[in-house]
Design a protein around this ligand. Structure first.
Ligand SMILES: C[S@@+](CC[C@H](N)C(=O)[O-])C[C@H]1O[C@@H](n2cnc3c(N)ncnc32)[C@H](O)[C@@H]1O
Length: 284
């Protein structure tokens, strides 16, 4: 949080775009650390997140504009709100703790909930639709590519065998039955990677990231910065490759390797442990 606010708060007036405003924590910090001449446009696909961010950011009054929209449409959404250039763009990928623990939409393997996993309730397909409808080979591909799950094929086979799956409990049971007990990981739940992979597929998270990485750099003013926090090596790879490719086009990555949270932050918020922050600056 401190690194984000310190590195990304604008040095002069203008717009901050928070593409994943969530509970408004980063947005609040960036607004508090910058002058009155800085305004913030916050996006989120989840209407409940927008409601929470609205309440938290209310003290900043008309410095804040919130929009229920995907960062995949960043350029068009910004333009629709009169924002043609930004001093800062932040993307804090994935889901928030509240969505994980209390949304009732089946993001967590800790409680038994319907297999929904849509961040945007208007998306057509739920997790149950994908898990019950896709071919086994396609399920294995998703688990392998989005979850880097070493037992992707076995789990895909178990899912197909146990269809129809209706709840997160059904999915956990399928994963457990697909992976031999001796191969269960010691330091994380056996279903962690499966849940992550299915959520990423339901919400087309890699597709949205690919789109925003094309649009966001061009929105920056000279000296402006794009920060991306990812929690998954595939996402970090995509960010790294995009930033490297932009080096010959008037942009530079602040540090060659990503920043990670310090020990204190991990102790206070263990879910931050796999976070990686990369920052790109527009030079010209
Ligand atoms: C890790 S949370 C962000 C937390 C936020 N930085 C804060 O301080 O509270 C990620 C947020 O991004 C949202 N999100 C995920 N994909 C999105 C997309 N394509 N467009 C907009 N928001 C998205 C999720 O709904 C979630 O609220």
């Amino acid at each position: 949080m401190d690194e984000v606010a310190f590195l990304l708060r604008p040095r002069r007036g203008g717009w901050v775009i928070d593409g994943t405003v969530g509970m408004g924590g980063h947005a609040e910090a960036m607004l508090a650390w910058s002058g009155e001449d800085v305004s913030l446009l916050g996006l989120d696909v989840d209407p409940e997140a927008i409601t929470r961010a609205q309440a938290r950011l209310a003290p900043f009054g008309d410095r804040v504009t919130l929009a229920r929209a995907s960062f995949a449409e960043l350029g068009a959404v910004a333009a629709a709100h009169g924002v043609t250039a930004a001093r800062t763009v932040l993307l804090d990928l994935g889901i928030s703790s509240v969505q994980l623990e209390a949304s009732g939409r089946g993001f967590s393997f800790q409680s038994d909930e319907p297999l929904d996993m849509r961040l945007d309730p208007a998306r057509p397909d739920t997790a149950a639709d994908l898990l019950n409808g896709l071919l086994e080979a396609e399920l294995a591909r998703i688990l392998h590519e989005h979850g880097e799950e070493p037992h992707a094929r076995r789990i895909a086979r178990a899912i197909v065998r146990r269809r129809p799956l209706r709840t997160t409990g059904d999915l956990v049971a399928a994963v457990r039955s697909g992976v031999p007990r001796a191969a269960w990981p010691r330091h994380r739940h056996v279903a962690t990677r499966t849940f992550q992979a299915v959520r990423m597929a339901v919400n087309d998270e890699p597709g949205a990231l690919r789109q925003v990485l094309q649009a966001a750099p061009a929105l920056l003013t000279p000296g402006g910065r794009l920060g991306v926090i990812s929690f998954h090596s595939g996402e970090d790879r995509m960010v790294k490759q995009t930033f490297r490719a932009l080096a010959s086009e008037g942009y530079a990555e602040l540090e060659p390797s990503p920043l990670s949270p310090g020990d204190d932050e991990v102790r206070a918020n263990p879910r931050a442990r796999s976070a990686k922050l990369r920052v790109l600056e527009r030079l010209t």
